[in-house]
Ligand binder design. Structure first.
Ligand code: GLU
Length: 328
């Protein structure tokens, strides 16, 4: 069976998803980071990026919001690109914790590994791995340059968000030092925590996030710049991590319901990847109890269902010149 995507159909589907979800007022902005509590709750954007570089958008897709935990995806990829998938697996792991993203209990329960780079513990550990070792500024340049390469455009920290997170990240400080206790921090713990906090404070638009998704879907080739950003063999590795733990303790429910590997952040963004087909992103600040954007989840669910993008369906191939059709 071969599935083919038509650009007009994608555009129509994004518009329908937007119209269906825009009036939903459920959920609340994250309030444990003061900056996020004050973002207008009615912002809402959806974007799709196709492998030929075409970007389809609806709503507030130029608004720069805090990338937050979605930043864990590029840093995990960068660590795998600098070392290898196997070394990241050995040093950090790739297991779902089944617990909230900032759980200290998860570290205590699994003290030989921080579980996965897509929860706070593993992400702080991944930041500590980033080369060059021992040099905070150069490590940071590696991360921000890598994210800019993935999105095909420059990204920057939202300074006010960084200050807000730095003033309130007591739980993450405990995580960094607890990991140090278990020899799972591979550089200075305070430096790793600061780099993690900075990466969470990067401002990103829904459009940029969709291009990041398309670069991953394209096995490392950015569809806008044509540049090879990471080793092709790492695409299935990072997509598997997103599938396993992208929605924290609700990752199983999300994957069961949609079949879309995706990563959420408490800034309200969600990044979705359909291998070889499309990068998807949605943004709306109000979150459910687990820290996942209510409207972004709804919109992506609708799009994936409507375009039959569930990755567990067989035989998905991309041909954007024809309408979606099922062929024997
Ligand atoms: N900076 C946030 C934290 O460490 C990110 C959380 C998230 O987006 O899940 O708590």
């Amino acid at each position: 069976m071969i599935k083919k995507l038509d650009k007009q159909l994608v555009a129509d589907t994004l518009r329908q998803a937007y119209e269906r979800c825009k009036s939903n007022t459920e959920g609340k902005n994250a309030n444990y980071i003061p900056y996020l509590a004050n973002i207008p709750s009615d912002l809402f954007g959806i974007a799709a990026a196709l492998p030929d570089g075409e970007i389809i958008t609806v709503g507030d897709t130029d608004y720069r919001f805090g990338i937050e935990s979605v930043s864990k995806v590029p840093t995990a990829l960068l660590a795998m690109n600098q070392y290898s998938g196997r070394e990241v697996l050995e040093k950090i792991g790739a297991d779902a914790t089944g617990l909230p993203f900032n759980s200290i209990m998860a570290i205590l329960l699994e003290k030989d590994h921080p579980s996965t780079p897509l929860v706070n513990a593993g992400a702080i550990s991944a930041c500590s791995m980033i080369k060059p070792q021992g040099d905070a500024n150069s490590k940071w340049q590696s991360i921000i340059n890598f994210i800019s390469e993935l999105t095909g455009s420059q990204v920057e920290v939202i300074e006010e968000l960084y200050q807000s997170e730095t003033a309130t990240n007591f739980n993450n400080k405990s995580i960094a030092w607890l990991l140090k206790n278990y020899d799972r921090i591979y550089d200075d713990p305070d430096m790793a925590l600061d780099i993690y906090t900075r990466q969470c404070s990067i401002g990103i638009t829904t459009q940029q996030l969709a291009v990041m998704g398309a670069t991953i879907a394209n096995r490392g080739i950015n569809p806008l710049t044509g540049r090879c950003v990471f080793k092709a063999e790492l695409a299935p590795k990072i997509i598997s991590m997103m599938a396993t733990v992208g929605f924290y303790e609700h990752s199983g429910n999300w994957l069961f319901s949609t079949g879309l590997p995706a990563k959420t952040g408490v800034g309200g963004g969600i990044l979705g990847v359909v291998p070889n087909i499309i990068g998807l992103a949605a943004f709306a600040p109000p979150l459910d109890d687990s820290g996942n954007s209510v409207k972004a989840q709804q919109a992506l669910s609708y799009i994936v269902g409507h375009l039959n993008l569930n990755i567990f369906e067989n035989g998905i191939y991309c041909n954007m010149d024809q309408k979606v059709s099922i062929e024997a």
